[in-house]
Write a protein that binds this ligand. Structure first.
Ligand SMILES: [Zn+2]
Length: 128
């Protein structure tokens, strides 16, 4: 899922106006509303691990945390069901929340070691 450049520019604006919200809601439906709320509520976290300098994006959902590979993949059930299996859509709201948070600078940044990362991946990689 790659957002068109016109949409990324729109999401980067200092202030989202009603007309912008309506545009995205028309296009993405409730998914956009959920994604924007998640981004604004600080549910999107970017971890940077050292010394490898790799980063991992996480979106905190109701029950657990989901690992998101920006524009590509999410470990949630909906991504698996609706994107991979039935191909009804090309994204879940976590993927959209990650884009919104990154473009609007709403994400939380955390740091850890590569050892932490190995431990955290065990949980994040779960897809059930
Ligand atoms: Zn997801």
């Amino acid at each position: 899922m790659v957002l068109p450049p016109t949409e990324t520019r729109r999401l980067e604006k200092d202030e989202l106006l009603q007309i912008d919200i309506e545009f995205f809601t028309d296009k993405y439906g409730k998914k956009f509303v959920r994604a924007l709320k998640a981004a604004e509520d600080g549910k999107v976290v970017k971890y940077t691990f050292s010394p490898s300098e790799t980063s991992t994006w996480i979106v905190r959902g109701k029950k657990r945390e989901y690992m998101v590979i920006p524009e590509v993949y999410c470990t949630c059930r909906s991504f698996y069901q609706d994107v991979v299996i039935s191909r009804e859509t090309n994204m879940c709201y976590h993927l959209l929340a990650q884009r919104i948070a990154e473009l609007r600078g709403l994400h939380e940044s955390r740091e850890g070691t590569d050892q932490d990362r190995r431990q955290m991946y065990i949980e994040w990689r779960r897809t059930d």
